[in-house]
Ligand binder design. Structure first.
Ligand code: TEU
Length: 574
């Protein structure tokens, strides 16, 4: 495998990356939990789809409080998922097929069961005490009493971001669950340990890292109170003192020098909640030697009201404005990632499309936009089948620590349990985490055992076996679009022009490279639309590369779109 394609671009600019949530992908041993051997058995499917790399959610040893985002040993595989030998075999299998593997790197925090934290907690005098953020109670307050926390920060997973350690009378910081204490990146030994661990994985053959919450590693060491009244409910928002913190660029550049320098073709991808466009430009400008690209969150927060649990409708014009800003903002320096969903988001077709009668067509709309804009697309497992949100009936159907904590906290505070449940059902992360639908056998072919979370009953109609057999399926639409990215340089390198920014029913944009121009035209509604595209007559005579809704050419005006229809045209310009 070469690090660049024949046009000299790094592999990750042409490739499409597929996210495997290992726990829910394929189970080889019948324990109800997906594993590495299960994934190895499904590589033909991924190769058929045409993806160039896989991003693997965390598989290191973990108590699984946050399903692997709480690592207790960075240099071993959790027995739930397999062994190091099995991991090596997976890397070898992928490389044999010309595919790459991206690891999740969770180093903003560890598990509270990681030996570093166990040692840190053992005594105030421990040499590892400062590897984490320990603080005494607020002056004048007694440890344990309400309000005695060192500051007012709320955790992403409800409640205070501080947990009291009764033995020492001090609190430790955890921006996520109490089993995910934050590492102190001010400490050089922490950084050295992380860098060494990263080099160890690269030496094992992995092709890059997706760095969890990497823009949260530099905290203002004064840990000041955050603003009240934001998305952390009764608590203050840590954001201003944590996100894009004072030493972020320095720490990322140091990591680049210590880990990536001199290695070819390694992808450094940052997960960056709350990142601004200006910050993303700095982080991904190749001249700065920081990261190759980031996951920004703007488009997946457009439906947040007072936080994520207060969902609002999404207005297409807002979505297009966001898309346009990021496309333009990273056009000259830096590079975009493109995603609709992942293991933290509800299912894309349920959130942005129409998961009822227009499920397949609206899934195709999302695919065309994502795969034909400028940037590296990330497909979350099952998106290529148009998998939907799950019909969770009761709180016991949920598994995610975020959802369960929120339910407990919100109902204890007097919120209507029915309303809280409705929000969990709509935006809860478990929607994305139900098992992959392989076929119509019991448990959708995911496991022969009892799945760790219920399989969506709609797998009888929505599954990989059916999709592979149907040439018009969502799967084959993705496959054709992925092939087009490889064959048509304008998709990777072309300039982007968004058309009809204020239209609430149609997404339209062009890609132009040299004399080639592509037009992507997609209906974002259940109505028929006649988008006023400039030079519509010229486009109607162009080559129709893809259409999700074949019909006689004289049926409507040539550029009139049916409900959730997508078309892609190509023409030569002088
Ligand atoms: O997520 C970081 C993050 O801040 C959000 O994606 C957040 O989890 C979500 O919006 C909550 O509503 C990363 C991982 O992707 C996520 O699975 C982990 O739970 C989190 O970090 C902690 O490691």
């Amino acid at each position: 495998m070469t690090a660049t394609n024949d046009r000299g671009e790094p592999w990750w600019k042409t490739a499409v990356i597929y996210q495997v949530y290992v726990r829910s992908f394929a189970d080889s041993d019948g324990d109800g939990i997906g594993d590495l051997d299960g994934l190895r058995g499904r590589l033909d499917y991924l190769q058929r789809l045409g993806v160039g790399a896989i991003w693997l959610t965390p598989v290191q040893r973990s108590p699984q409080d946050d399903y692997g985002y709480d690592v207790s040993d960075y240099q071993d595989i959790d027995p739930l998922f397999g062994t190091l030998a099995g991991f090596d075999a997976l890397v070898a299998d992928l490389h044999d097929r010309g595919m790459r593997l991206i690891m999740d790197l969770v180093v903003n925090h560890t598990s509270d069961e990681h030996p570093w934290f166990v040692e840190s907690r053992s005594s105030i005098a421990s040499p590892k005490r400062d590897w984490y953020w320990w603080r005494p109670p607020r002056p004048g307050r007694h440890a344990g009493e309400p309000g005695a926390e060192p500051n007012n920060w709320g955790s992403v997973f409800s409640g205070s971001a501080w947990e009291l350690d009764a033995a020492s009378g001090e609190y430790y910081l955890h921006l996520f669950s109490r089993k995910q204490p934050d590492l102190n990146w001010e400490h050089p030994a922490v950084r050295r340990a992380v860098h060494a661990m990263m080099r160890w994985w690269l030496d094992r053959g992995v092709d890059g890292f997706r760095m969890d919450c990497i823009n949260m590693i530099s905290k203002d060491p004064a840990l000041p109170d955050g603003p009240d009244g934001g998305r952390r409910g009764a608590f203050g928002d840590f954001g201003p003192h944590v996100i894009g913190g004072p030493r972020l660029h320095e720490l990322v550049r140091e990591m680049h020098a210590e880990v990536f320098e001199g290695r070819d073709g390694i992808l450094a991808l940052g997960e960056t909640p709350g990142v601004t466009l200006d910050e993303a430009r700095l982080l991904t400008d190749p001249a700065r030697d920081e990261l190759d690209m980031v996951f920004q969150f703007e488009h997946v927060e457009l439906d947040h009201g007072a936080g994520k649990w207060d969902p609002r409708p999404i207005h297409l014009a807002d979505l297009k404005a966001s898309m346009g800003r990021w496309q333009a903002g990273l056009a000259d320096a830096g590079w975009n990632s493109l995603y609709w969903g992942n293991h933290d988001q509800p299912r894309a077709v349920s959130r942005f499309g129409d998961d009822g009668i227009h499920r397949e067509r609206s899934a195709k709309v999302l695919a065309a936009i994502q795969l034909l804009l400028r940037g590296t697309p990330f497909i979350f497992q099952g998106e290529e089948l148009g998998m939907t949100n799950a019909p969770f009936a009761q709180v016991a159907d949920f598994r995610d620590v975020e959802a369960l904590n929120h339910y407990a906290t919100a109902t204890a505070a007097g919120e209507d349990p029915g309303v809280v449940l409705a929000a969990l059902r709509r935006v809860g992360r478990d929607n994305a985490r139900t098992p992959m639908h392989w076929d119509t056998t019991p448990n959708a072919g995911f496991t022969t055992g009892e799945p760790w979370i219920a399989v969506n009953p709609n797998h009888l109609g929505i599954n990989a076996a059916a999709a592979l057999a149907d040439p018009d399926s969502v799967f084959h639409w993705y496959r054709r679009l992925i092939a087009l990215r490889r064959e048509e340089p304008a998709v990777v390198g072309g300039d982007v022009t968004l058309l009809l920014p204020h239209d609430e029913r149609v997404v339209a944009f062009t890609r132009t490279l040299g004399t080639v121009e592509l037009l992507v035209l997609a209906s974002w509604s259940a109505d028929v639309a006649a988008p006023p595209i400039p030079d519509a007559g010229g486009w109607a005579a162009a080559e129709l590369l893809l259409s999700s809704c074949p019909r006689p050419a004289d049926h409507d005006g040539p550029l009139d779109l049916h409900a959730w229809e997508t078309r892609v045209y190509r023409r030569r310009v002088p």
